[in-house]
Write a protein that binds this ligand. Sequence first.
Ligand SMILES: [Zn+2]
Ligand SMILES: [Zn+2]
Length: 174
Amino acid sequence: MNASVFGSAHSLLHSTNWRLVAELAVAVVVLIYAATIFWVYKDARRRIASPLLVGAATLLGAVPPFLGPLIYMLFRPPEYLDDVRERELEIKAIESRLGVAELRCKVCGCGVEPDFLVCPVCTTQLRQSCTGCARPLEPAWQVCPYCATAVGVDAPVTLAQSAHPRPTRTSGTR
Ligand SMILES: [Zn+2]
Ligand SMILES: [Zn+2]
């Protein structure tokens, strides 16, 4: 009688242990599953700008379980958004640096600043200054963008005028 009581108690303990182990295993798997979904969500947010696509990627991370994150890793954008933004800024900075460096005097080729009126080396007139505010004007401008003074056609433009004579408008052309 005693032996059978002990036996059933022992088997009960045994089965409880097994159930405990099984439940623990399920809990661990579920935890890892949740962690993979969370990882996909976090990674997608760093790589994808559109919230809708981030949601789609997270859904892919959840279904099919464990296989979804692997599929996501195959198709995710290769770069972080921060890196892309940083690189675009760098390219813009390089372009602006090159743009400044490319400004040269057409006659002697020495480097000039965008607001120089005359080349300091060969004294070629690079651009004329506004008669209203005295700021440097680009050769193509018809009006000063700073003070709206019309650029005089008969203003002295030494080289440009002799190379490309501007047609003077007369009143009797119509
Ligand atoms: Zn020059
Ligand atoms: Zn002006």
